[in-house]
Design a protein around this ligand. Sequence first.
Ligand SMILES: Cc1ncc(COP(=O)(O)O)c(C=O)c1O
Length: 261
Amino acid sequence: MDTEKFYSKLGAGYQPGVLTTVVLAAEELKRQGKKIIGLTGGMYDEESFPWREVKEIFAEATEADWRVMLQYGGTRGYQPLREELSKWMKGHGINVDPYKELMVTTGSQEALDLMARIFLDPGDVIIVGSPTYLSALTAFQTSDPDIREAKLDKDGMIPEELEKVVKQVVSEGKMVKFVYIIPSFQNPMSSMMTMERRKKIIELANKYDFLILEDNPYGYISFEGPMPTPLKGLDTEGRVCLLYTSPSPRDLSTSRMPSSA
Ligand SMILES: Cc1ncc(COP(=O)(O)O)c(C=O)c1O
C-alpha cells in the first residue's frame, strides 16, 4: 500500500540524513564480509564499552529498583538521576536546579530536535558555525529556519565573524533566536574554543540578546588536561542551553574538574 499520500508536509519532507545513509552503507559492506574501519559515524570502539560495570549495576538492583525502572517515569527523566547529574555538572562549574532546569533526553540529538520545535518557526534566524555538525542541521531544518553561518578557525567560532553576522541580521529588522556552538572538540573541525572567545561570545549574547545552544558531547572526554569551562559556566543571564551526550559510567567516574584558565 502507498502510505505516502497520507504524509503531512513535515513527514513528506523527512529524508534519511547524510549520516544515516553513510552508516547504512558501512553496515552493508560489513554484512558482505568486507573489513572496514568506519570513520563516518561516531561509532565507539566496542572494546571500550563498560559492559562489566553495567552488568554489576544491574545485578545490584533490588526488587524495589526494578519496580521503578520498569514503570513510566516523568518526562524530565528519573529524578535521582537528575540530582546526580546536577552534582556532576557542579564539578564542571555549572549550577543548575535539577528539578527545574535539567532534563534527561535520549542523547544530544533528541535535545537538538526539541530545541528546534520549541524555539523555531519557519523563517526564524539561527546562526551556526561554518562548518558544523551535519545532524544538527538536519534537526533544525525540520522547522524551516533561515540558517546563517559564522566562520571558525582552530580556536573555535570567531567572535568578530559572529558579530558581523548578528549585525547583518539586526540590520534586516530580524532577531537571532539562537547561535549553535560546539566549543570543545568541535565536530567536524576538532577546534577548541579559547577561554577569551568563550567570554566574548557570552558578552555578544548579552549585548545583542540571543540564546546560545551549546553542544558539548566531547568536552569531558579530554585526554590532555581538564575540560575547559563550558559557556554555560560563564552564563550569568540564563541564555545558554547546554547539551551533553550520554557519558558512560567510566566517563562519570573519571570526569575532571574544569580549568579555571
Ligand atoms: C556535535 C555533536 N552533537 C551531537 C551528537 C549526537 O549525540 P548523541 O549520540 O548523544 O545523540 C553528535 C554525534 O556525533 C555530535 O558530534
